[in-house]
Design a protein around this ligand. Structure first.
Ligand SMILES: [Zn+2]
Ligand SMILES: [Zn+2]
Length: 167
């Protein structure tokens, strides 16, 4: 998704409204899969300040993600901000925080996807009190206890057991 900024790219102080919807199927990040059930709705402005362009926008979307404990699918409404700076590519050095302005357009897609990844929580739970799955038999403990329960073992041994099992 690229935005035409030809009207403001040479006019210092000029500002342009941004109102677009970006369709993304899914983003894989941090071992989680986010399946989008709504487009990423971007509302904000791009402003020319001293010849550079600054995007300042709010993004709204909805996605399905798995509970970190029981793996149940959860639908989440999510909002985050995107702040990104763009400049003419010849001015971009190695450590630059700027993204390039290419043929009077700026790329919104990568800015939005990157900011999504830095804003989204690491862990989603279906419920704060989610009991998760039994490490031994895999039963969803929210549906009641399983038969492994009487096998009370030392937590350190349990950790070792889980470790060996994952290997
Ligand atoms: Zn859960
Ligand atoms: Zn069990």
């Amino acid at each position: 998704m690229k935005i035409d900024v030809s009207k403001i790219v040479k006019a210092e102080g000029a500002c342009q409204a941004v109102s677009v919807e970006i369709s993304v199927d899914k983003i894989d990040f941090n071992g989680q899969e986010f399946l989008f059930t709504a487009p990423l709705k971007v509302e904000g402005t791009v402003k020319n300040n001293g010849g550079n362009l600054y995007l300042d926008a709010a993004v709204q979307t909805q996605f399905v993600v798995n509970c970190a404990r029981c793996l149940k699918e959860i639908t989440e409404d999510f909002e985050f901000d995107v702040n990104e700076s763009y400049t003419q590519s010849e001015k971009i050095g190695e450590d630059s925080v700027f993204l390039p302005i290419v043929s009077n357009t700026v790329d919104l897609q990568s800015a939005v996807e990157e900011n999504f990844c830095t804003s989204v929580p690491f862990v989603f739970l279906c419920n704060e009190d989610c009991k998760g799955l039994c490490h031994t038999c895999g039963k969803d403990l929210n549906d009641g206890p399983c038969d492994c329960e009487d096998e009370e073992i030392d937590p350190r041994l349990a950790a070792l057991k889980a470790f060996l099992k994952n290997d």
